[in-house]
Design a protein around this ligand. Structure first.
Ligand SMILES: [Zn+2]
Length: 1025
């Protein structure tokens, strides 16, 4: 995997702090208390303790150590959270764009000394109960994290990870497969043309088909032109074929060494055990080296620079005439200065986040562009941070205007500063983030400290967030112009700034293809007959290796008996509040209250359905009651942890042709702010503002742009949604709400010159949706706060008006389901039933400007409660691991591919796939493979482990009971499903494969998103969009 700048950018924004989880676990001493006992200077298994620091805000104790012999650094965060995490990161600082760190990241996972089988990493996915396993290549480090709730599993995974990074085989064949190779297009035919293949080669071609990604890459390369940040660490597609196997091995020897490593562990497992295993299995075998991987500071420019790049035109751009991007990027200070970094990232939020910020007002609201540029705000992922501001989706003519606005806005900020309330809202956000409990806290922490630690910053200092907050308040008190001075210093007076513009070039794709062809021809011309013969033979060897049944018995594995036999029970209380059904779930939420409400869409006229996602995305952003949209945004930031509304299509658990349709309201707040949060909701219910066309246009542009940009990341989701469109009524609605149909609809709206018709639609939808008639609520809060919360919910319900005139459901067939299955007379959910629905076959192709495909085929099967459902879940997992992965990724060169079961559909998919038809036939072969029953009990057990690790993945206190609230699936139903999963046998799997995966047996749909496709163009059975 390749970590993208954007993801790194959003790190701080998404970092949520997990509170006292698992307080019900009564331990004599907690992990934190035990860790406090360590003394600086203490020696443990080859390590020396350097520092022990309690961080009460985050409920953890940090222990910093170094390895005596090699100098490896170590940080342990002891915390009473059973979702333990391990990560090792190396400073990887390439000096060319061959993608060497990225290809290395892939190849070390292809087998190691102790675990010489092919691809132990992917195999462990099926032999463990891991809650997370992955690897990332950033611009200047490579990180290998995993997490699991099982102690034995932790040791197993640690052993595999250590061996992979320190003692990988790095076979030539692994390099060909994962990096790049020349190979006959059809490896079995020596006369077929030679082409470039390789997983990373294709992955990066896919990544570079995304304009946002292209822009971000150029911006970084050009702002830091003098060292490692001037190259593409993931690999530039045409530079990748310059890398040799020998160079790869050399890079490993110098970078993947303990003296260049930082280890991080997190959770409630004992530290000594980790240290012992790491010392024995890896570190004791090394001597200290000087890795010389430091990144020097970027020399400052004496005057600003400008540059220009091109990209491919975007067929889905909201306005084809406005596809330019322009942004100004400033080099800031060293990220190892923790407080300066903290201040600058706060400053960045104040300048760009939300409708109250200066740049939102100056750049977004005048609608010069569709949204901020893909890189925006503070970025602390490089040794020296940067701040970027600019627009995408703008006309070329506006270039000068945008530059001017940026510099004027900076002047205004220096003059006017920030409102106190805006600063308070931001600090409130930090308070909420520290209290909100996420399920992947260890991983968030690992990514949060990675960059600064990578350059020898102090990771412990980074964790002491409230120290920084206090220091920040103090600085503001001492100097009211504290922030303005920073703006003056870092922006106004900073000569190291780059203005980078990007414009579409009609011939871009053609030029890229031509350059690749030239590169290919150059390589081919250099080949002798002997080389060609060798290429053909190597191709066959690789194919043979990929097709060979693999022995994974060297790898450690959990057993089925290691899986918990029973589903944990989540008690909920169901009653009513103001006549509306309400579910209460007591949880250790650290003083936060989570509120959700589901409002039915059953009375909404058909012609308004497509507008529902738009309605959801604007309803909390246009103002309400006495508040205009700016004041509303300010209040939401000051009083809540966010308020959002999203469309929901929930397939019924017993019938494929029934589903529930609605919108889900969700929000959270600190206990003290509960009345404010309900007041905001009741203003939204009673008097939302819809009149401001200009505000709506801004929101429409932004969501259309976001949708269009999302396709290259989640093309497989769009392909699957489309493939399921004609198979079930729920699938049909899902496509309208979140599929390509919605993308095109939003594009149409964004192109309208007059939005008044849309403006008139919104209140109509509101009347059907936001009233207490067809609504149910859920509250998650601490036991102490529950009765007060219930009382406040009750009065909120009284404030919002019900429907004056009775609205009839537009669909005739409404089926009621009791919310509490044991109480038929109690409140109910109202489902739409379309028992006359006729599923039909449909093959759809969306031609898009991508060099890769997203392929999906979906088959109508059975609902959740059906006895075959569990077998289909196991089958999908097993086919993915044992067949489809090999065919689609290893042989086919796609970034990913597999099968999954959900919503009554069995769906195949591929991700960033160079093939289309070949992948469809791989799906067919997969079906034949399943029916042939050529799999072992071990294969089945592995699939079960993998399915259970998903079923048992941790659930945050905020989300406990939500499955039941939304889909009515109770713990008892989950337990029956669990028992069925355990019971799935070889015979069951062959039977369900025959019953559901045979052509002609069941209805299926196919969808492909991808570049121009001759085969499809010639085949009239395809619908081409
Ligand atoms: Zn990758």
């Amino acid at each position: 995997m390749f970590r993208q700048t954007k993801a790194v950018l959003q790190k701080l924004r998404y970092l949520s702090f997990n509170g006292q989880q698992h307080t019900w676990k009564q331990k004599s001493t907690s992990a934190r208390e035990r860790a406090v006992q360590y003394q600086p200077g203490q020696k443990i298994h080859g390590f020396t303790v350097k520092e022990v620091v309690a961080v009460p805000d985050l409920f953890l104790t940090a222990v910093k150590l170094t390895h005596d012999k090699t100098g490896a650094q170590y940080l342990h965060a002891a915390r009473d959270d059973s979702n333990n995490l391990f990560s090792v990161q190396f400073r990887t600082t390439p000096m060319d764009s061959t993608g060497v760190p990225h290809i290395l990241e892939h190849t070390v996972l292809c087998g190691s000394e102790k675990y010489p089988c092919r691809d132990p990493f992917f195999k462990m996915l099926n032999r463990s109960l891991s809650t997370f396993m992955n690897a990332f290549t950033a611009s200047d480090y490579t990180m290998y994290p995993f997490s699991t709730q099982n102690g034995k599993d932790f040791q197993n995974l640690l052993s595999v990870y250590l061996d992979a990074v320190f003692f990988p085989c790095l076979r030539e064949q692994d390099f060909w497969q994962e990096g790049w190779r020349l190979e006959n297009e059809d490896p079995t035919d020596p006369n077929s043309p030679l082409v470039f293949k390789g997983v990373v080669f294709n992955e990066m071609k896919g990544a570079f088909s995304d304009n946002e990604r292209v822009y971000a890459q150029h911006l970084q390369n050009k702002l830091y032109p003098d060292h490692t940040y001037s190259v593409v660490s993931g690999g530039e597609p045409l530079a990748i074929p310059n890398l040799t196997w020998e160079q790869l091995r050399q890079f490993h020897a110098t970078h993947y060494h303990p003296s260049n490593a930082r280890f991080f562990t997190y959770g409630d497992l004992p530290l000594e055990q980790h240290l012992k295993q790491i010392e024995e299995e890896a570190l004791s075998k090394f001597e200290r080296i000087n890795p010389k991987t430091e990144v020097p500071s970027q020399p400052h420019w004496s005057s600003p620079r400008e540059d220009h790049v091109t990209c491919s035109p975007d067929a889905l751009a909201p306005d084809p005439a406005r596809q330019n991007t322009l942004c100004v990027s400033y080099l800031l200070g060293d990220i190892t200065d923790t407080f300066e970094g903290f201040t600058l990232s706060l400053l960045s939020s104040l300048m760009i986040s939300g409708p109250n910020s200066a740049f939102y007002k100056a750049l977004i609201e005048p609608k010069i562009g569709s949204d901020f540029s893909s890189v925006v705000g503070y970025d602390g992922s490089t040794k020296e941070a940067s701040f970027s501001i600019g627009l995408q989706g703008m006309a070329e003519d506006d270039t000068e205007k945008v530059k001017q606005i940026i510099s004027q806005t900076i002047d205004h900020i220096i003059e006017d500063g920030f409102e106190e309330e805006q600063i308070e809202a931001l600090l409130h956000k930090i308070e909420i983030q520290m209290k909100h409990q996420s399920t992947n806290f260890g991983l968030s922490l690992a990514s949060y400290i990675a960059s600064s630690w990578n350059h020898d910053g102090d990771p412990v200092e980074l964790l002491r967030i409230s120290d920084s907050v206090a220091k920040f308040r103090q600085a503001l008190k001492e100097n009211p112009r504290f922030l303005q001075d920073k703006v003056k210093h870092y922006f106004k007076e900073n000569t190291h700034r780059l203005t980078l513009s990007m414009s579409p070039d009609e011939a871009y794709m053609e030029k890229q293809a031509k350059a690749e062809e030239e590169k290919l021809q150059k390589k081919i011309q250099a080949l002798s007959d002997r080389d060609r013969k060798a290429i053909y033979e190597k191709g066959l060897e690789l194919l043979a290796a990929q097709s060979k049944t693999q022995d994974a018995s060297c790898l450690p594995a959990l057993k089925i008996s290691d899986i918990e036999p029973t589903t944990p029970i989540t008690p909920v209380q169901i009653s009513t509040a103001g006549g509306v059904p309400a579910q209460y779930c007591e949880q250790p939420t650290n003083g936060l209250v989570y509120f959700r409400a589901m409002c039915s869409l059953n009375t909404l006229p058909e012609d308004l359905m497509l507008y529902v996602p738009l309605f959801c995305s604007v309803i909390t952003k246009m103002g309400c009651g006495a508040l205009d949209y700016r004041q509303q945004a300010q209040q939401m930031d000051l009083r809540t942890g966010g308020m959002s509304v999203s469309p929901q299509v929930i397939p019924d658990s017993t019938h494929l042709d029934m589903y529930e349709q609605g919108v889900l309201l969700s929000s959270s707040c600190l206990e003290r702010n509960l009345p404010h949060m309900f007041q905001l909701w009741s203003d939204i219910f009673n008097s939302p503002h819809f009149e401001e066309v200009e505000r709506l246009r801004v929101l429409v542009m932004m969501s259309a742009q976001e949708l269009a940009n999302g396709i290259s990341y989640s093309g497989h989701m769009y392909a699957m949604t489309r493939a399921g469109r004609y198979l079930t009524p729920a699938g049909h609605l899902q496509e309208s709400f979140g599929g390509m149909e919605q993308v095109k609809f939003m594009k149409r709206i964004a192109e309208m010159s007059d939005l008044s018709q849309v403006i008139r639609t919104l209140p109509r939808i509101k009347r059907h949706l936001l009233n207490s008639d067809n609504m149910r609520c859920a509250i998650n809060a601490t036991p102490q706060k529950m009765s007060d919360t219930a009382a406040q919910l009750e009065s909120f319900m009284k404030q919002i008006t019900g429907n004056r005139k009775e609205r009839k459901p537009v669909r005739v067939n409404i089926v009621e389901r009791p919310i509490d299955p044991l109480d038929d007379s109690g409140p109910s959910r109202k489902l739409v039933s379309e028992l006359n629905f006729q599923p039909c076959q449909m093959k759809t192709f969306f031609q898009l400007p991508f060099p890769v495909n997203f392929v999906s085929e979906s088959i109508r099967t059975v609902p959740f409660s059906h006895e075959d459902y569990a077998s289909l879940c196991i089958l999908a997992r097993m086919m993915t691991a044992k067949f489809l992965h090999g065919e689609i990724r290893e042989k086919g060169g796609a970034y990913g591919g597999g099968a999954r079961m959900g919503g009554g559909l069995f769906s195949f998919y591929s991700y960033r796939d160079p093939n289309s038809m070949q992948t469809l036939s791989a799906f067919r072969k997969g079906m034949d493979w399943a029916k042939s029953g050529q799999f072992t009990q071990q294969d089945i057990d592995e699939a079960k482990l993998s399915v259970f690790s998903a079923v048992d993945s941790p659930v945050a206190p905020a989300d406990k009971g939500m499955g039941r609230f939304l889909s009515g699936v109770t713990d008892e139903m989950k337990q029956s499903h669990r028992e069925r999963l355990f019971a799935v046998s070889h015979k069951n799997l062959v039977e369900v494969a025959e019953r559901y995966l045979s052509v002609g047996q069941k209805t299926c749909g196919v969808a492909i998103l991808g570049p121009e496709n001759e085969t499809i163009a010639k085949d009239p059975s395809w619908i081409v969009k």
